[in-house]
Write a protein that binds this ligand. Sequence first.
Ligand code: DHB
Length: 305
Amino acid sequence: MADLSVRCAGVSLRNPFLLASGIWGESGDSLAGAWAAGAGAVITKSIGAVPRPGYPNPTIETYERWGLLNAMGLPNPGIGEYPREIDLARKAGATIIGSVFAGDAEEFARLAELMARTGVVAVELNLSCPHAEGFGTEVGSDPEEVERIVRAVVDRVKVPVIAKITPNTSDPAALASAAEHGGAAAISAINTLRALAIDVRLRRPVLAHGLGGLSGAAIKPVGLACVWQIYEEVSIPVIGVGGIMTAEDALEYIMAGARSVEVGTAVTFQGIDVFGRLAHDLSALLDELGIARLEDAVAAAHPAR
Ligand code: DHB
């Protein structure tokens, strides 16, 4: 069977399939469950400075078989409470990446420092939630601000820093490049696309918050294009995210330039066992294509440099 192990952002992964942030609950037990199911690493729900209840329901809606529309409102217990959940997942042996969100560079740095102390192998900065006032895309759309935030965090933590950037902008590669200049160890791309559904009978948006983010199969071509362009622009590793439902989807991202991938909506649609299936199927697919190691497939679709 082909070798799926890969090094990404200075972290050794047993396979390239990471549990995406915000999927499958946020408890230590659910992170441990994803690890037990075969994920290469698990990424926590984005954690902020203080507890947040999130938006009122409905916060999530399926978009036929194409994906999910969600606006959860960054619900989380706050960084004060969260380390005990990470501890639970660490005791189960999981490789954990801690996701944080904040409103400015100083708050990001403070949170990342507290997150790094929990024993996570890397931190991922949520610079891309598409609908939370004062967070995510609102602080992550300007390359100069992205560079400032990443630099502030890199100056404060020893673990690798991953910048998760938004597709809701004209030039995602410029954001990736800014994060690289700030010292990021890797870029994850993409987060959800800003999106809306209307209930015509109620004459109002389906989600209580109105605007939300679209994930799942519908956004895969958008994610692939972003990863392709970012790969051309930066030298640090890229983590592909967006609509990965099958091993072939994952290999598309790898050949577009990603070294690992995050899986989210597929977990909601197919259950946590999707991780075991994806690893098995990717190994078989690489065997069929005569590729001995996953690393040999990275950026294989780009013209030789
Ligand atoms: C939420 C956060 C995100 O980063 C995202 O992409 C989608 C939703 C949230 O908690 O609402």
